[in-house]
Design a protein. Structure first.
Length: 202
């Protein structure tokens, strides 16, 4: 059985005069969370005096993969866990806070572990689902990171399609796909991170 391991680090710094020297972060606490047979944590963000954690779980004897969302307080105690069990395979890959106080979760969904579509879920500040978008244009993509853009939309990166190219896609505030691009530079290319420089630069 694999368990979810969540180490929380505190970074401290010394400021001698006008020069600051960052020290190595200290581990405040470590928690493991045994949910089922095989559990993977994929994303984390701070939320309402605690943290939201995304991931996916494989239950022994269950033919499908289920996504989960877990809310813990600052001490690592579980407040609630929601598992999204559907006939399809679902895995959450990343999470980001949104300007309205809620959050958006990026994931994959598909009929098998080898056939995925990118999908995006928007939640309000209470954790209720506002909408879900599945992108049929993104068959075979493995999305990995998401950020909200200044206009309220989203920028998403990952690996695109069967050619394994780096992928970037942009949506509006309602999750509607605006554009998608792939960038192939070698045999296999993958994008693992993104930051927003302006409304049109990433």
């Amino acid at each position: 059985m694999k368990t979810i391991l969540i180490p929380i680090l505190l970074a401290s710094c010394l400021i001698p005069g006008s020069f600051s020297l960052a020290q190595a972060p200290d581990t405040e606490w470590t928690r493991t969370y045994e949910k089922s047979y095989d559990d993977w944590a994929t994303g984390i963000c701070e939320f309402k005096n605690g943290f939201l954690i995304t991931g996916y779980t494989i239950i022994n004897g269950n033919p499908t993969i289920d996504a989960f969302l877990m809310y813990i307080n600052y001490n690592g105690d579980t407040i609630w866990t929601k598992t999204y069990a559907r006939p399809s395979n679902d895995a959450f890959a990343a999470i980001t806070r949104t300007s309205d106080g809620g959050f958006a979760v990026l994931g994959q969904t598909g009929p098998s572990a080898y056939a995925w579509y990118t999908y995006l879920l928007k939640f309000d500040p209470t954790g209720e689902t506002l909408w879900t978008r599945t992108y049929s244009e993104c068959f075979g993509d493995l999305a990995s990171k998401i950020k909200q853009t200044p206009d309220g939309g989203y920028i998403i990166v990952g690996t695109g399609g069967s050619n394994y190219d780096a992928m970037i896609m942009r949506t509006d505030a309602n999750g509607n796909l605006l554009w998608r691009r792939t960038y192939g530079y070698s045999d296999e290319d993958q994008a693992f991170g993104v930051c927003v420089l302006s409304d049109s630069e990433y």
